[in-house]
Design a binder for this molecule. Structure first.
Ligand SMILES: [Zn+2]
Length: 424
């Protein structure tokens, strides 16, 4: 019997619903945003440190107009922010990063702008915004889905039209230039917003990752019968770690013997499935995903199971990962089989005091109650001989009249969870 478990177990765990991480990038919402420069790479931000070469400073702010030396001339014209590092061409070729998860909807050279990338982002509430990156030297990404913090291009000079810097905009969907570059300057700024204020308002202060695992939609431990269905679901809120590289584990500790004591969820030639072992499920950026089902089965072998959903943030030291995890315990019970029935007289009246002797896989006896009913529970699967007896009666099977002093035997096999035996 023990040798049958592995095949059964692997089969059960292969019958699962698949989730495909790649497909989940489509429509990925953006819960957090970073600066396109300064949040990643070697240099930080120093908006007011004009001329600094060790960080990015703001020459021309949103809705401001400045001269060639970044001195304010007037207000309400500039529709973005101009970011610089050092002076002249110090920042030429510095890497620019996607501020959040989204899709590139524009990436080409525009007249007077040099290369321009526009990323459209879907916010958690379903509304959309755009981030625009202007005057780029190179574009490393020109289409498709990008994730927060992904390099998309480098700082340039707008094909020589301007000094080297990044022109950066945030737009709402009522922007008259939605999906297109420009205008750069306008006295009417409806549809544009202050980029730094926007990003600051969306920078998460939640420095924790919340993996969640549920069994039959319960967060707490559950007890089920082996014949019950088990639906296992997971979801992830990456908090402020959206886009951060991490190790993902989805594993289960089973009551089975080594090497089947651990299974892990893995993508291979079979698609997503559970395989023996306690190994990593996936290595890649953290992103927000809603509840998905990773196991739907029934008939699990009896015993205690603990499922783990763990996220390990890479701190640069493989022995020192920051670990976030959720787990859930499932107790699987197996129901014993039962035999129940009644002994009645031909007229249908129940006959009490009939001793029923059960012989077979389990041997025991019981006596019919006042209604003639009897019940054996917690029996193992197998064949039994059930022998009724009552002093002064002969118990016949089916259509036979009860006669005194005549014994009959009732022989049957259990093939379902419960059989009712009628002795007439
Ligand atoms: Zn500008």
């Amino acid at each position: 019997m023990k040798n049958k478990f592995p095949a059964v177990f692997i089969l059960l765990f292969s019958l699962i619903l698949i989730f495909n991480i790649k497909s989940m990038y489509a429509g990925l919402s953006a819960n957090n945003f970073d600066y396109p420069i300064g949040s990643y790479g070697s240099y930080g931000l120093c908006p007011n440190s004009k001329g600094s070469s060790s960080c990015y400073w703001l020459c021309q702010d949103f809705l401001k107009d400045v001269d060639d030396y970044c001195n304010l001339i007037s207000s309400k014209t500039h529709l973005g922010e101009d970011w610089n590092r050092g002076s002249g061409y110090d920042d030429y070729g510095d890497i620019i990063y996607a501020i959040g998860n989204g899709e590139i909807i524009y990436a080409k050279s525009a007249n007077g702008w040099g290369n321009v990338i526009i990323i459209r982002h879907t916010l958690a509430d379903g509304s959309k915004i755009e981030s625009l990156y202007g005057h780029l030297k190179d574009m490393s990404r020109t289409s498709g889905e990008v994730i927060r913090g992904e390099p998309i291009g480098t700082i340039g000079d707008g094909d020589g039209v301007t000094a080297s810097h990044l022109h950066f905009e945030i737009r709402y969907s009522n922007c008259p230039q939605w999906g297109l570059p420009g205008l750069g300057y306008s006295s009417i700024s409806t549809g544009w917003t202050d980029p730094s204020e926007f990003i600051d308002s969306y920078q998460s202060t939640n420095l924790s990752v919340a993996p969640d695992i549920k069994a039959n939609n319960s967060d707490g431990s559950i007890t089920i019968q082996s014949t019950d269905s088990l639906s296992l679901t997971i979801e992830l809120d990456p908090g402020g770690y959206s886009g951060t590289d991490a190790d993902w584990w989805l594993t289960v500790n089973t009551p089975l013997d080594d090497p089947l004591d651990w299974f892990y969820y893995i993508y291979d030639n079979d698609g997503w499935s559970w395989k023996p072992g306690d190994l990593m499920t996936y290595k890649g950026s953290l992103f927000n995903f809603p509840q998905i089902e990773v196991l739907n089965t029934s008939g699990l072998p009896k015993g205690d199971y603990t499922f783990y959903f763990k996220i390990g943030i890479d701190t640069g030291n493989t022995d020192n990962k920051q670990l976030f995890q959720d787990e859930i315990s499932i107790i699987v019970l197996t129901t014993g089989y039962s035999i129940s029935g009644a002994v009645t007289l031909k007229n249908g009246t129940g006959l009490s005091g009939v001793v029923l002797t059960l012989a077979g896989t389990t041997s025991e006896s019981t006596t019919t109650d006042i209604n003639g009913d009897y019940n054996f529970t917690d029996l193992g699967n197998g064949s039994y001989t059930l022998t009724p007896s009552k002093l002064g009666y002969t118990l016949m099977i089916k259509n036979k009249i009860l006669l005194p002093m005549q014994l009959s035997k009732l022989l049957f096999s259990l093939s379902t969870n419960q059989e009712t035996v009628m002795a007439l």
